[in-house]
Design a protein around this ligand. Structure first.
Ligand SMILES: [Zn+2]
Length: 307
């Protein structure tokens, strides 16, 4: 699989209270020329620097829900971008109340933004689309309004065979329409059938980000066929009562969703700090899911780890 246009880092995936090396939820994901942030727990701006993204300009922030361990890093990050003189527009997608949260903090602290900020309230279906990426949202089953996201790299339906196209008399300016599946026509007017100079395009990268949520088998349909599924596993099965009570999942339940979704790789995260051995999460999920399982941790590059 060609994921050369993708760069994905887990900045943090611990539940609840931050500690050294235990950062709450945040992930950066670059898809082609588009850089997005999934959740923004406390310390995210520090982690962005630490993984080498200092100075990177994020286009989009997707927030799952307004629990503090997913959003307390947001005011500081947005404020720092103003201090750095950012001018590029930013899109923020999340649950109802996200815009109020940011504006209340700005009003109380006298903050303003040096860049345009556009808020979009998450709803079922497509919440963002540009030339690189298409993102869909789906409601999760947590204690407050929470959204999962599915991110798909957009790729051209056809890939041009350069030598064949040139030999047929086509020029570089024709390639874009060929990628879209249209026939070509040479400067002298000769028709060049699309199939004679193209092959089917590669499949784009697909991932789903499902946190925080109670086990919900319906999520498998939303995450169907993804290359990577990030699914929270706050608890192990022996604490399933706690998972039910707090609206979280166990590692086994994350494995069940990954198996039903046919996910290529399962990335576990959002571990409760009560557990010392994170390998137990992988072992438990492996009882029901036979694909590769990665134990999420701050700094993990899932694409590199999965190779
Ligand atoms: Zn939560």
């Amino acid at each position: 699989m060609d994921f050369s246009r993708i760069d994905w880092r887990i900045l943090g995936c611990s539940a609840a209270i931050p500690a050294p090396d235990q950062y709450p939820s945040a992930q950066s994901l670059r898809v082609g020329g588009t850089l997005l942030l999934l959740d923004c727990g406390e310390g995210t701006q520090i982690r962005i620097r630490e993984v080498g993204l200092r100075g990177a300009t994020f286009d989009l922030i997707l927030i799952t829900h307004l629990h503090g361990d997913h959003v307390f890093g947001l005011p500081g990050l947005l404020s720092s971008w103003t201090l750095q003189g950012r001018t590029k527009p930013l899109t923020l997608v999340g649950p109802q109340g996200l815009s109020d949260l940011v504006q209340v903090i700005n009003a109380a602290t006298g903050g303003t933004f040096s860049y345009p900020v556009q808020f979009a309230t998450a709803e079922r279906g497509c919440v963002f689309e540009n030339e690189d990426v298409r993102i869909e949202a789906h409601p999760l089953n947590h204690r407050i309004e929470t959204w999962g996201y599915r991110v798909e790299e957009r790729v051209a339906p056809r890939s041009v065979n350069y030598e064949a196209a040139v030999a047929a008399g086509l020029e570089h300016a024709d390639f874009r329409s060929l990628q879209l599946g249209l026939d070509g026509r040479t400067r002298s007017g000769v028709l060049v059938p699309n199939a004679s100079v193209t092959v089917p395009g590669r499949r784009g990268f697909r991932m789903a980000y499902l946190t925080d949520t109670r086990y919900d088998q319906a999520l498998a349909a939303f995450a169907q066929g993804v290359d990577f599924l990030y699914h929270e596993s706050t608890f192990l099965e022996r604490h399933q009562e706690l998972a039910i009570k707090t609206g979280h999942s166990t590692a086994r339940e994350a494995g069940l969703v990954a198996a039903a979704a046919g996910a290529g790789c399962l990335v576990l995260g959002h571990f409760s700090q009560r557990y010392a051995r994170l390998v137990d999460f992988r072992d438990e999920a492996a009882e029901v899911y036979t694909g590769q399982i990665l134990v999420g941790q701050s700094g993990l590059n899932p694409l590199a780890a999965a190779e």
